[in-house]
Design a protein around this ligand. Structure first.
Ligand SMILES: Cc1cc2nc3c(=O)[nH]c(=O)nc-3n(C[C@H](O)[C@H](O)[C@H](O)COP(=O)(O)OP(=O)(O)OC[C@H]3O[C@@H](n4cnc5c(N)ncnc54)[C@H](O)[C@@H]3O)c2cc1C
Length: 388
């Protein structure tokens, strides 16, 4: 997006990437449908970036979710709004969009170089790249860094750049997993019998925030959109307290009173599991979670069981490693850049995307903020070049 802003102002940028092809994480996002942005009310949309809301606001105002839809349409990619308000390309694919975009950028003056791993600067200020032919240098008039965060490093964004920027006095908040799964000390009953089991339509609550969603049980813990939604608060609580207890309502459409009534029905000779299924609809992984998370005595008392179904405590012990997270928190501090995203310590070097210190839930907020900051950085770079 920075390159687009530059070419549209007549600049002739060169784009370098360490990987053998461009946009690998973007293409990976396409595997889950490429959620480009979100259709919720814009006043709510701009509050999804936590402590960075204010710092990102001007960039978001300059490239709103509506602008992103129009931009995609300009690349012959139709979009639609899913039932959750998330906006996707109609074909749920990233590859056609990336292909059309690169074609247009190249036609307008972008030169791309793959297998160029940036390694910092030479003593005379040139960019230093590791390539298959050995070290190559390039001295641009200005630089936009859009090197990504620290999740899924196999797709290229390995955060190795933090050393070179820190050495130049750039303040960088440590990277942490965001939109991540968590470890749970499952008994073998769960970890061996239910890996991959989806827990659908539950309400997940933590520290006063509740969210209706779903998640998946893994051999080591839990992951999935319902968990990601609360993951920043859960991660911070684990860092503070050593663990965090998530509350699950396994029957969000059935009130506690109704459950009490259901569970007070007389039991016939069938097993308890059958009784539970018949009167509450709970079976499979949901029934297994009750066994896993509630003390045995709970099942002797229908009142405490009803309460347990509505507020099942699930203790999370650690976030999954950043390598597995959808995105990362941390990165270049907003203190280190000016309002045009230029590094205060390095005039002529601009930054954009996930390498900046912000985080957001899934829902298209991540790509939107990457696009929006890229646009600001590209426009500011073009302006800066005019002044040179
Ligand atoms: C599985 C998955 C699904 C996702 N789905 C969505 C989604 O549907 N919607 C959404 O909004 N977000 C989604 N995201 C998040 C989104 O993809 C990222 O936030 C976004 O791609 C970050 O963009 P970026 O340009 O800042 O960094 P990246 O996309 O990570 O790009 C950074 C680039 O810099 C290159 N690079 C890094 N270091 C060097 C170096 N030293 N030298 C040269 N090149 C270097 C990398 O090779 C890479 O190509 C998903 C992420 C994952 C992992």
């Amino acid at each position: 997006m920075a390159a687009e802003a530059l070419v549209s102002r007549g600049a002739r940028p060169h784009l370098f990437d360490a990987m053998p092809s461009l946009g690998r994480k973007f293409l990976m996002a396409g595997k889950s449908g490429l959620n480009l942005t979100h259709s919720e009310d814009y006043a709510a949309f701009v509050t999804r970036f936590g402590e960075a809301n204010a710092a990102l606001r001007p960039a978001l105002d300059g490239l709103t979710p509506d602008d992103i839809r129009r931009w995609a349409e300009g690349l012959d990619i139709e979009t639609f709004t899913g039932s959750s308000g998330r906006i996707f390309p109609t074909d749920f694919k990233a590859a056609p969009l990336l292909r059309h975009w690169l074609k247009r950028l190249r036609a307008n003056g972008l030169t791309t170089h793959v297998r160029h791993r940036w390694q910092g600067w030479t003593d005379d200020g040139a960019l230093k790249f590791e390539t298959r032919e050995g070290e190559v240098t390039f001295k641009p008039d200005a630089t936009v860094l859009a090197l990504g965060g620290a999740s899924w490093p196999q797709l290229g964004s390995d955060a190795a750049w933090t050393d070179w920027l820190a050495a130049r006095g750039v303040e960088i908040a440590p990277f942490q997993p965001a939109n991540c799964g968590f470890d749970v000390n499952w008994t073998p009953f769960i970890s061996e019998r239910f890996p991959g089991a989806p827990v659908k339509s539950v309400t997940l609550s933590f520290e006063g925030e509740s969210h209706r969603g779903e998640f998946v049980v893994t051999t080591k813990g839990v992951e999935g959109s319902g968990i990601y939604h609360l993951s920043a608060a859960l991660r911070d609580a684990i860092a503070r307290d050593g663990q965090a207890t998530l509350m699950l309502d396994l029957t969000p459409d059935r009130s506690l009173d109704r459950l009490r009534g259901n569970l007070s029905r007389p039991r016939d000779k069938s097993s308890f599991a059958n009784f539970l299924r018949k009167v509450t609809g709970l079976e499979g992984i949901k029934a297994a979670l009750l066994r896993e998370c509630l003390p045995k005595e709970t099942f002797d008392n229908m009142e405490t069981l009803a309460q347990g179904i509505k507020a099942l405590p699930l203790t999370l012990t650690a976030p999954r490693p950043i390598e597995e997270a959808i995105s990362s928190a941390g990165g270049i501090s907003f203190e280190a850049i000016d309002e045009t995203f230029m590094l205060r310590n390095l005039p002529g070097v601009f930054c954009a995307g996930e390498m900046l210190d912000w985080e957001a839930p899934t829902g298209g907020y991540l790509l939107t903020a990457c696009f929006a900051t890229g646009k600001v950085a590209g426009e500011a770079t073009a302006k800066w070049l005019e002044g040179q």
